[in-house]
Design a protein around this ligand. Structure first.
Ligand SMILES: Nc1ncnc2c1ncn2[C@@H]1O[C@H](COP(=O)(O)OP(=O)(O)OP(=O)(O)O)[C@@H](O)[C@H]1O
Ligand SMILES: [Mg+2]
Length: 238
């Protein structure tokens, strides 16, 4: 194993992913270091969600290499992958409508030691504490998003995949999500974040990979974002 591989929490090399005949990701390579917050930025349909689903093995076909702490995920049965320490917060959030906040929180199984306690989760998202016995259907979009994030923090997952967590949310809620991501980083979580809002991404992330039509076309350290603004706007069609 190389030094880079052992240092990276997630190391993806030459990933190709397909839906039937449709070849969506093309030789995608990127890595996320332990404790880093890294974004995948790109236009609609660029392949951001597919990249996350590929990590979890929930695309119909993928090849290449996806290593978590050096362990190869490609070839593993898909049910084993989250248990290795990956928490997935999908775009559609997946809150169970008939369960209340506490029941939703307690549903995912503990996969590893070291997950957050309920009190710590409620300190991070005080709104959820106030709504503890409220049914999923009665939560606002922002509360559902917070619950979707909160739910994976208990499990002991160390790598969190967040797909567009701020989509459609009011600015005051977006600020709370931003604070939560910063706090999770401080606590040592590693985060891969898909975002359409480069403004939001620039406030929380260490580095950004740009996906264009299924290809990684650039990597921009957050400190260089301002100087690369013009090219970024071009990539994102802003
Ligand atoms: N289940 C599927 N079956 C067939 N094609 C799909 C499927 N899901 C996505 N695709 C196609 O794969 C490509 C990448 O889609 P993906 O959802 O990964 O993009 P994205 O970057 O997440 O976009 P968005 O910003 O709209 O969420 C698109 O061309 C899309 O039409
Ligand atoms: Mg998507």
């Amino acid at each position: 194993m190389t030094d880079t591989a052992s240092a990276a929490m997630l190391e993806i090399n030459d990933l190709n992913s397909f839906y039937g005949e449709s070849h969506v990701l093309h030789n995608v390579s990127f890595h996320v270091g332990r404790g880093e917050v890294v974004t995948l930025l790109g236009r609609n349909g660029a392949g951001k969600t597919t990249a996350m689903r590929s990590i979890l093995g929930i695309v119909p076909k993928r090849c290449g290499s996806i290593r978590l702490c050096g362990k190869e995920l490609v070839g593993l049965p898909r049910y084993q992958i989250p248990r290795l320490g990956i928490g997935y917060v999908p775009e559609e959030r997946g809150i169970f409508a008939s369960l209340n906040v506490i029941e939703n929180l307690l549903l995912p199984p503990i996969i590893k030691k070291g997950g957050m306690e309920l009190e710590q989760i409620f300190a991070l998202f005080p709104n959820l504490n106030e709504r503890a016995s409220t049914q999923g259907t009665r939560l606002s979009g922002g509360e559902q998003q917070m619950l979707a994030i909160a739910r994976v923090l208990r499990t002991g997952a160390e790598l969190i995949l967040l797909d567009e967590p701020t989509e459609g949310l009011a600015p005051v809620i977006v600020d709370q999500i931003e604070l939560a991501i910063r706090t999770l980083k401080d606590r040592g979580f590693t985060i891969l974040l898909v975002e359409q809002s480069f403004r939001f991404a620039s406030k929380v992330a260490d580095r950004h990979y740009i996906l264009e039509e299924g290809h990684v076309v650039d990597m921009i350290p957050n400190a260089q974002l301002a100087s690369k603004r013009a090219i970024l706007n071009q990539y994102l069609g802003l």
